[in-house]
Design a protein around this ligand. Sequence first.
Ligand code: ADP
Length: 310
Amino acid sequence: MIGDGMELTYDEMKQIPVFSSLKEAVSFVCGTDTIIEKKQPVHGGDANDAYKLFLSNGSILFLKANTLANADFFRAEAEGIAAIRSTGKVRVPIIYARGKDSGFSFLLMEYIDSGKLQPDFWEKLGVNLASMHSAATAQYLSTGKYGFYSNNYIGAGNQKNTPKNNWIEFFSECRLRPQFEQAEEYFDSAIIKAVDKLLNNLDRFLFEPKRPSLLHGDLWSGNFMSDEMGMPVLIDPAVYVGCNEADIAMTELFGGFARRFYDAYFDVMNMVPGYEERRDLYNLYHLTNHLNLFGSSYLPEVMRIIRWYT
Ligand code: ADP
């Protein structure tokens, strides 16, 4: 629950026990003689396999699994969840353990038993996110104002978080440029020229925020859920410190957030005029990442946005 372990600093909170077998991890979390009795697949994610685990002591846990080569996904996810948790503003699942077993890597966490959305679910999600975006951020970086102390992943793609003092420089060098470089095989010379022009002119469209915010980083409708009380929980983040608008823009990319969410959010956070004109530029990062991960069906939308801004 929010509040559990809140006496810990972020540095302490992100120290998740690491095991060399799932059996050891389960014993550590639930007691020595506890074994997994049933493993039920959970669908809905895009980068990992997920399971609801039924244990011999009656507990239920949530397990994410991937290949050994992708074990670092779970280091990053655990650190991101810990960062959100350390704000104390939004519920996230408790992370119990991570590790490698024979042939797979894993992340073991609290199972959230989703209930029917409470009537004020959307308002709570908006207000909680605004509070998270208003929390102090210095503990997530050793230097600079934007970024994160470690790199992480956006879906299955690499996400670079090298700290910068300037948001526009961060968005250019750690977000758009690496995605554009990876997408070069899809771009003709006219688009490559346009991309260069866009990267050189970002300050015509973006602004330096009054204060940096801890962002979820991958806030689409598949990455929040309701808890047993029907209240909001955030899952599967790609956290970094950035401009709050980048999170809000992503909520609009694939839809699924109610109007009441935005009303509640912008009751707390000022909407800086011109947000609608910046939204697609922020989402260009995610769309180009999708182009790189899932292929050319995302190319027309990526090109449309690049052309619009150049
Ligand atoms: P991926 O990393 O593969 O995208 P997700 O973290 O999005 O996977 O999880 C996949 C699905 O599992 C989610 O859509 C959600 O329905 C469910 N889920 C995620 N975390 C939990 C949890 N802690 N407890 C119960 N169900 C969860």
